[in-house]
Design a binder for this molecule. Structure first.
Ligand SMILES: [Ca+2]
Ligand SMILES: [Ca+2]
Ligand SMILES: [Ca+2]
Ligand SMILES: [Ca+2]
Length: 334
């Protein structure tokens, strides 16, 4: 190849890089310029080449790590939506099991740019599960709480709290991780979490929904609901001002290893002005319905054939109490 040909080839190879480098914020622009045409149906699927959201929760099975060695191998990651940079457009946080977290900033028109590294929310890389967006320190900026589980040692399952520091010069929100400092680097096998002000003192408290590592069959169907377990048990943390304290036991929250947590919702179910909890569990353990005693404790009433429970169920709508069955009926639990 002669010198001119070499220069032409070099230009062709470099040109896309130069164009990309010079285009400023458009360097993140998705490849597809126009949205697919609507086709008369209620929803139109937008490909990642248009949206820029190319996240995949891709799992790699090995001889040591698979659904036989880790029962929750296919339980999935998490997704959170909220405006993280204050431009009124909801942004997107996705957690994966084996490849860390991803943050996508909304550019409008259903287009996003990835800003995970710039934001500092990559995570410690293993077995991310549920993610919750919440303004925990009440500074007007949404923070991020990420749950972790997996066939991992305790410290590698520590949940993360990312506090929002505001946007940098590129409009990207930046975060610092403070879960240990705030006392909520929970090392249980977390499925998900919910923040709510159960004691109505004006700050958000935290319910961490954990699952168990042990096979359900290994418990022999024994009811050990009253035996607490640090890794598998659900937890209630009280917010004491930039520091959380585990108050599960004194608040009357079950924390056993058979509470294979699948879902949790906080709402005022009996309409007395105090937030209550509904927790769904897997396998042989039943669900929990906690009504708020208004004194820092809860009473669990799901197995009580009481007039109070009947009223709660009627007002909430029966479909809410069958979490394994799809329903489009009324449901005030959110
Ligand atoms: Ca936004
Ligand atoms: Ca905040
Ligand atoms: Ca509180
Ligand atoms: Ca209530």
């Amino acid at each position: 190849m002669n010198k001119v040909a070499c220069l032409r080839l070099l230009f062709l190879l470099c040109a896309p890089c130069v164009i990309t480098a010079c285009s400023g914020s458009d360097r993140f622009a998705p490849a597809l310029r126009d949205a697919p045409p609507v086709d008369g149906r209620l929803f139109t699927a937008l490909p990642s080449s248009y949206t820029g959201v190319d996240f995949e929760n891709r799992l790699t099975e090995t001889r040591e790590l698979n659904v036989f060695t880790y029962r929750n191998f296919y339980n999935g990651g998490g997704v959170g939506l909220g405006d993280l940079n204050g431009d009124s457009l909801p942004d997107l946080v996705l957690t994966s099991n084996q490849n860390g977290n991803r943050l996508y900033l909304n550019r409008g028109d259903f287009r996003f740019r990835e800003a995970t590294e710039e934001a500092g929310v990559s995570g410690h890389g293993v077995w991310g599960t549920g993610v919750t967006l919440v303004d925990l320190n009440a500074d007007g900026r949404l923070d991020i709480y990420v749950g972790y589980a997996g066939n991992e040692a305790g410290a590698r399952r520590a949940n993360e709290l990312y506090l929002n520091q505001g946007v940098n010069d590129d409009g990207v929100p930046t975060f610092v991780e403070r879960a240990a400092e705030w006392g909520i680097a929970d090392e249980g096998y977390t499925t998900h979490s919910v923040f709510f002000d159960y004691d109505r003192d004006g700050d958000l408290d935290l319910y961490v929904l954990n699952n168990s590592f042990r096979p359900a069959s290994s418990f022999g169907m024994r009811n050990i609901r009253h035996e607490r377990n640090a890794d598998g048990g659900h937890k209630l943390y009280r917010n004491e001002g930039r520091r959380f304290v585990d108050v599960s036991e004194r608040a009357g929250i079950f924390g056993s290893e058979i509470g294979f947590g699948l879902g949790v919702a906080a709402a005022d179910l009996n309409r007395d002005g105090w937030p209550d909890l509904y927790v769904s569990n897997d396998f042989f353990e039943r669900d929990y319905l906690y009504l708020n005693n208004r004194d820092g404790t809860f009473r669990e009433v799901l197995d009580q054939q009481s007039e109070e429970l009947r009223r709660v169920i009627e007002e909430a709508g029966a479909p809410c109490w069958a979490p394994d069955e799809p329903s489009d009926g009324p449901c005030p639990v959110n």
